[in-house]
Ligand binder design. Sequence first.
Ligand SMILES: [Zn+2]
Ligand SMILES: [Zn+2]
Length: 317
Amino acid sequence: MRAVRIDGPGRVAVVDVPEPAPGDGEVLVAVRAAAVCATDRRMAAMGTHAPRIPGHEIAGTLEDGTPVGVHPNLGCGRCASCALGLENRCPDHVDIGIQRDGGLAQVVAVPRAHVVALEGFPIETAPLVEPLATVLHAAKLLEVLEGDPAVVVGAGSLGICAMWALKAMGARVIVMQRSPARRGIAAEMGADGVLGPEGDPAGILGARPRLALVAAPGAEALAWALERVEVGGRVHAFAGTPGGALVDANLVHYRHLGLVGSTGSTVEDYRRGLELARSGAVPLPPAAVRPVPLGDVPGVLLDPAPDPGVLKVIAAV
Ligand SMILES: [Zn+2]
Ligand SMILES: [Zn+2]
């Protein structure tokens, strides 16, 4: 089969490899659509886990033709987190497309419990259910109340999904984003307001935000949120930062803040994401999706200056 493979730092190509052999309790999914994510770009740049077929935002069909989406975060099934159904929190988690081969390929092997029938939801858009599930998981940790004023920092694809997730949970959501082009996308996608780093969220929301979800990397983005939420507010650190991002503990201490974090999602979050997308409560897909053939993916992964007007690249396999 054809697959995108990362062989080392900056070394990515489409190669011919044998189809994966499904393990115990696993099924083969014939991939139809797989989205490219910032995680895949980082893996390609750094050669993480090479040689590796990336791709964790996947939709395809089972051998009997059933269209399915893939939930990629696999737990060990034996630890305390897994017992709570929090496979994304498992210390020994294995993520499809990261610690094992993923879906930027014609076929991917997936544990049966992690394929979810799409039941009429379009397969071309279904890869976006995975990032939506991760922000639904994050938004749950923020404990959203109806009408809560909230701000999302960063208007990348996860920031936009986070904005939708928080709105679906009843919050009023504005988006802070440095680049005017991305601010425009956030406004188009339904944000209740947009602002740059110098803007005043309270001026738009009528009050300081109680909640913030930081989907932009770096210490500055996190500090911006910690300084601007109301006293007693909650902040989710959603973005990974190469080299780390230090936090001023005084802000958390003197402002009585809740600082939480999470990565990935549970299969329940994935099902919920699919339901919200299917019902239209979350308006996937964003207009700014660019479909590409699998052969273009190495170039997309290594592109040093991705077009800020494109939120998501989805490979048609
Ligand atoms: Zn992703
Ligand atoms: Zn576990």
